[in-house]
Every structure is written in structure tokens, then in C-alpha cells.
Write a new protein. Structure first.
Length: 423
């Protein structure tokens, strides 16, 4: 039997205190000004669940923009005792605890990844417990941690995650080409996605209606693409408006469509950059998979036309995994994301009305948060690209790296010396 260490007890104590506070706020015992963060669960999610239990997806609701397995998450609270909202909170809390358990186990004696998860997630605010993204993040964290040793399991988990909310498939970007790890992972992911799609197609109606709704989205007010419109509104150079459109508040007016196209182009460019990195990378360490996963999710987020507050939990989960791995180069990125978390709580829900009005306060908050995310993405790209230079100075300890450079003898185990201390 494993004996709990004092550091593990402190981690779980911190998690319990933070999550009790989140639940108290989510239940309305302590109220967040200006908005009811639980309304999505109580009204929208529960309404979807009532439709889904009939065997059909909400095909006529443009706000349904999720892959078919998300419907299963919506149904689970109906099967639990108590109210739908209480069941949803229980499901999210269970996934939150499972994520921390995975991080504690993966970190061994190191607790920085676990502490990032414990401390930073509550800083996003109660929204994180009133959306289903924490469930998806748990699956993605498990997939990333399994990738090096159990690629097929990682592929299955990534496939399930992709059928929940697409982005978890990005964790496979860092799968090593040696030993056919990448091939096994991607094959397992493809088979899992195909199996889920087949089951959905033969047993339900409208499981793929989300594709049309998602493609029609524009520039949401919290996205990086929205920043030029805030600046234009402040200076009087842009005279569009903010309105509800496809389930979120978006900018509507001149140049919005062009900006939307540009954001999609930037997403394609980002994935091209990741592909180029894979083709040129020759050293794969235990940190490569985690670092590449965080970089990919960051690029996906900052080039997306929508950045909802709960997306920060994706990034914090990926960053926490990086901090469990000796040799990660993503520590600066993790701390940038930790700073972005409370800014996210300020912009939603506390001062979301200021964003809609495009006031100086609202513009400043969303600009600071989004520019932090852009900075984190750029730092992640640079540090991932330079990973062949050896472990970063603050990564601590030797690693075992595998070179995949062409050689008559094949891949060779290379000892990597600890980097010199930066003065």
C-alpha cells in the first residue's frame, strides 16, 4: 500500500479547499456579480439532455456545436440522483480529482504540475465547473501521459477526446516516430473515432449536424481576432456592433468575415509549422510529447475564432502535464498561463459587460489576457523548436534522448548532459 507523503497531503488539501470554494460559488451561495454562470448547465445542457434521451441530437439548435460523444456527457447527470445541476457538478468534480491523481502519480516526488492544477484552475472562476471542458481535459491529460509508454491507449483516449471536443487529438503531435509509436497512436485514434461515428450513425439522428453550425461561426468577442475591432471601436475607426450569433457574442460588421478567414488561415499555418517541426526534429525525449502537446493546443487556441473562458482549463491541463516531466522546456509558458487565468475570471464573468460595451476597462482586460496567450504560444514555439539544443537550464537533471538522425546502426541512445546554469 502506498503511504501518502506530506507533500501529497498538502496538494490534496489545497485542491479540496479550492474546489469547495468553486462549488459554493457555482451553487450561488456566494454570488458572482452581473451574471449567472450556472445558467448554461441548468438551461442549455439540461435542455439538450432531454432531447438527447429521445435518440436524436438537437439538430435545430445552432448552439449545439460539439462532436457526438459530448451528448453522452450531457446525459450522465440525468442518470445520477438529485437535480441535473448537482449531478453535473459531481461529474466535473470527479474528473477534476482524477486529473489531479494522474498528475500526482506522474510527477513522482515533483509536485509543480499538481500545484499548478490545484492553484490555477480556481483562478478561472466558477465557469470551469459550469462547463464540460474539464471532462475533456481529463481525457486529454490521460492521453498525453500514456503516449510514451502505451501509444495505443493514448490513441484511444485521444480519439475519445476528439469525439468530445476535437482538440484532444492534438496531444498526438509529439508522438515519437521511433518504434512506430506515432503510427500506433494515430491508428488507434482513427479506429476509435471511426467506431464512435459508426455507433452514432446507426443508433441516433443528427449526430453530425454540429459541423454546419461550427463552420458558420464568426469572431467571438474574447478571441485574439477580436482585438483589432476593440482597437477600432476605441479610436472610432470601426463602427460595427456586438450581437449574439451562433451561440456566442460576436463582432458583426465590416472586415469581420475577412478576419475570420485570416484566423482560419493562421490555424492552417500553425499546423504547417508543427508538421515542419516533426519533419526536422531528430531528438525525442520524455518531455517532447508533453511540450509538443501544449504548443499545439496553444496554437489551436490563439488562432481560433472563439476563446471561451473555459478554454484556459485545456491549457492549464497541458501545462501541468509538462511540469511533471523532467526536462520540459515549458516552465515559462506554464507561468504565463497561470497569470492569464485570473485575467480570464475578470473578463468573464466579472466585467463581461465592459467587453460588450467595448469600454477602456473591457478592452484593456481582454487585450492583456489575449496578448499573454499569444506570448505563451510564441515562447512555446521557440522553446519547442530549440529543444534539440538540450534541456533547458531550469529543467533539472539528466535525460535520456533518442536521436532519429539517419545512421547505419539506427537510433542510438545518447546521454544528454545537464545544461549549464544560466548566470
Amino acid at each position: 500500500m502506498r503511504i501518502l507523503t506530506s507533500s501529497t497531503v498538502r496538494v490534496w488539501t489545497g485542491w479540496t479547499v479550492g474546489r469547495v470554494l468553486l462549488v459554493i460559488v457555482a451553487l450561488g451561495v456566494l454570488r458572482v456579480p452581473h451574471t449567472d454562470v450556472a445558467s448554461d448547465v441548468k438551461v442549455i445542457y439540461q435542455g439538450w439532455a432531454e432531447v438527447l434521451r429521445t435518440g436524436t441530437f438537437p439538430m435545430d439548435d445552432v448552439t449545439w456545436q460539439y462532436p457526438p460523444l459530448a451528448g453522452f456527457v450531457m446525459l450522465v447527470p440525468l442518470w445520477l440522483p438529485g437535480s441535473y445541476f448537482a449531478g453535473f457538478l459531481a461529474l466535473v468534480a470527479l474528473c477534476d480529482a482524477a486529473t489531479l491523481h494522474l498528475l500526482v502519480r506522474a510527477g513522482g516526488g515533483a509536485r509543480s504540475g499538481a500545484w499548478l492544477w490545484v492553484a490555477a484552475v480556481p483562478l478561472i472562476g466558477p465557469t470551469v465547473y459550469c462547463r464540460f471542458d474539464l471532462v475533456v481535459t481529463t481525457v486529454a491529460v490521460a492521453a498525453t501521459l500514456a503516449l510514451a509508454a502505451r501509444p495505443r491507449l493514448a490513441g484511444v483516449l485521444a480519439g475519445l477526446g476528439a469525439m468530445l471536443k476535437v482538440w484532444p487529438v492534438l496531444v498526438l503531435v509529439g508522438a515519437a516516430p521511433r518504434g512506430r509509436i506515432a503510427g500506433r497512436a494515430w491508428a488507434a485514434c482513427a479506429v476509435t473515432c471511426a467506431a464512435v461515428c459508426f455507433l452514432v450513425a446507426v443508433s441516433t439522428h443528427g449526430g453530425f449536424s454540429f459541423l454546419g453550425f461550427q463552420g458558420a461561426r464568426g469572431i467571438e468577442v474574447e478571441s485574439v481576432g477580436a482585438l483589432p475591432f476593440y482597437a477600432g471601436s476605441m479610436t472610432g475607426l470601426w463602427h460595427g456592433r456586438v450581437a449574439m450569433h451562433y451561440g456566442s457574442l460576436e463582432f458583426l460588421g465590416r472586415h469581420v468575415h475577412a478576419t475570420s478567414v485570416a484566423m482560419v488561415a493562421l490555424s492552417l499555418l500553425a499546423f504547417g509549422l508543427l508538421t515542419l517541426w516533426r519533419l526536422r526534429n531528430r531528438v525525442w525525449t520524455s518531455a517532447t510529447a508533453a511540450d509538443a502537446a501544449l504548443t499545439a493546443v496553444l496554437l489551436f487556441t490563439v488562432t481560433s475564432r472563439v476563446i471561451s473562458p473555459q478554454y484556459l482549463v485545456w491549457l492549464l491541463g497541458s501545462a501541468a502535464v509538462c511540469l511533471t516531466v523532467p526536462g520540459t522546456r515549458m516552465r515559462p509558458v506554464a507561468w504565463l498561463l497561470a497569470v492569464a487565468a485570473p485575467l480570464t475570471f475578470l473578463e468573464f464573468p466579472l466585467y463581461f459587460g465592459e467587453l460588450v460595451k467595448r469600454s477602456l476597462l473591457g478592452t484593456s482586460l481582454i487585450s492583456a489576457r489575449d496578448l499573454l496567450l499569444v506570448a505563451a504560444a510564441l515562447v512555446a514555439c521557440v522553446r519547442l523548436w530549440r529543444a534539440e539544443d538540450g534541456p533547458a537550464a531550469d529543467d533539472g537533471g539528466p535525460l535520456t534522448a533518442v536521436s532519429t538522425a539517419p545512421s547505419e546502426r539506427g537510433p542510438t541512445e545518447l546521454p544528454v548532459r545537464p545544461a549549464a546554469t544560466v548566470r
